[in-house]
Design a protein around this ligand. Structure first.
Ligand SMILES: Cc1cc2nc3c(=O)[nH]c(=O)nc-3n(C[C@H](O)[C@H](O)[C@H](O)COP(=O)(O)O)c2cc1C
Length: 423
């Protein structure tokens, strides 16, 4: 294996990463309604600790920064204590984890704002062409409240505090979510930023919020432990700019002054969380990566061959995987050995609960279930007895010992046998 393989180690500042695969940030809605990480999350992240680096799901910096239910936060002590268990579980498996710091800006809704008023954004420009989804309703987005200068200072301070709490909670660093049409991206794009003050107008002015935020975060956490995520080509959630290439060339080049841990670029094939057509004015990842002087992560629609190519071409140092990491807790091992991949199930992405979250099998769990299944088919093991035995165990403990997948499969098997015997 050459030095530049996806499976070689990588020195990210002071952190040695065990390989160059990154678990991309993935919102999974498994925290408590108050934004406190749960035991399920501890298991989920520990299962995926084979990544060189895990970037957590978006973690909101304040109650105003949230759009969806059961998203975790980093704005109070209870959340810090719970995150400590998650980061401890990842470190226990030899993994590394950054917290992705998030504020959704105008993608929020008055129904989830603490004061019941429309959310905050750079300008009072609402999102067109998309709807706010809150089960079971689809609602029009609202015209947001414009952040005052004082409001901007407050939000920046919330990011800085959240970064300090992230380190306190045991994270190895933080990623600033400046992608996908959320608050920072709303400042960057001219469509959502129509301010006349020093935060609006030229690309340099629109990037001021991001730079001031990075300066503030940098006073609490060493900049060498801070990454930035951008989605330069995405127009998802009405992220419009008349010249994305000029804007992002400026942003990326100007990020060099911070001495960041890395730049994380979403590939042009991605619109938020799905694959989409590449726009005619997409900004080539190669072009932006070349402007950045530190490590680069690229994410979007990658498989082993394309990831390896990005590294060999010198475009990226690390490659992120989103949906494939949801479905394959031991993704790096599967890629390295050429093992087949489990397909992701969209139905359970945000569904809550263990299913489709911690029930995807690792290779060893898959093999164990295959053995049990053969024994059941050979008649040497009773499916009903085994089901009764596994069902009696605590599901979280069962997940820890790697048996939850078998329980899940067993339930489906027994249900299908029962249905078959009835028909
Ligand atoms: C269920 C789901 C949740 C996501 N949540 C986030 C998030 O919290 N923060 C973020 O920056 N991107 C998020 N994304 C985007 C992914 O990080 C990634 O960019 C995208 O899935 C493309 O990578 P892939 O083709 O490897 O899946 C999410 C994607 C999915 C599928």
């Amino acid at each position: 294996m050459s030095n530049s393989s996806l499976f070689s180690t990588f020195q990210l500042g002071t952190l040695e990463l065990r390989n160059r695969t990154v678990m991309a940030p993935l919102t999974r809605s498994r925290a408590t309604p108050d934004g406190v990480p749960t035991e399920l999350m501890e298991i989920y992240y520990a299962q995926r600790a084979g990544a060189g680096l895990i970037i957590s799901e978006g973690v909101v910096v304040s109650p105003q920064g949230v759009a969806y239910p059961r998203v975790p936060g980093l704005y109070n002590d209870e959340q810090i204590a719970a995150w400590r268990r998650v980061t401890g579980a990842v470190h226990g498996q030899g993994g590394k984890i950054f917290a992705q710091l998030w504020h959704v800006g105008r993608q929020s809704h008055s129904s989830v704002q603490p004061d019941g008023l429309p959310p905050f954004a750079p300008s009072p420009v609402r999102i067109e062409g998309y709807q706010y989804y809150r089960k079971p309703d689809r609602l029009p987005y609202e015209t947001p409240r414009q952040l005052s200068r004082e409001g901007i200072r407050k939000v920046i301070e919330q990011y800085a505090q959240a970064a300090a709490r992230a380190v306190d909670a045991g994270f190895d660093g933080v990623e600033i979510h400046a992608a996908n049409g959320y608050l920072i991206d709303q400042f960057l794009n001219s469509g959502s930023n129509q301010r006349w003050d020093e935060y609006g107008g030229s690309p340099a002015n629109r990037a001021r919020f991001l730079h001031e935020l990075l300066d503030a975060v940098g006073t609490r956490v060493p900049p060498s432990l801070v990454g930035v995520r951008l989605s330069p080509s995405s127009t998802w959630m009405d992220a419009f700019d008349e010249d994305k290439t000029a804007l992002h060339s400026h942003v990326v080049a100007s990020l060099n002054r911070h001495g960041l841990a890395y730049l994380h670029l979403v590939e042009p094939e991605i619109a938020g969380s799905i694959t989409a057509d590449v726009a005619a004015d997409a900004v080539p990842t190669e072009k932006l990566a070349a402007l950045f002087h530190g490590p680069v992560i690229v994410t979007g629609e990658h498989n082993l061959a394309s990831a390896q190519q990005r590294i060999e071409d010198g475009v990226a140092d690390l490659v992120g995987f989103g949906r494939t990491f949801i479905a394959n807790p031991d993704l790096p091992e599967r890629l390295r050995t050429g093992a087949p991949l489990n397909p992701p199930e969209k139905r359970t992405f945000y569904a809550g609960g263990a299913e489709g979250y911690i029930t995807y099998p690792s290779l060893t769990e898959g093999a164990r279930w295959a053995e049990l299944r053969s024994a059941i088919e050979a008649g040497t093991l009773s499916a009903e007895d085994l089901l009764a035995e596994l069902s009696a165990r605590n599901p979280v403990e069962l997940a820890r010992s790697g048996g939850l997948h078998s329980l899940h499969q067993l339930r489906e098997l027994v249900t299908s046998q029962t249905t078959a015997s009835r028909t």
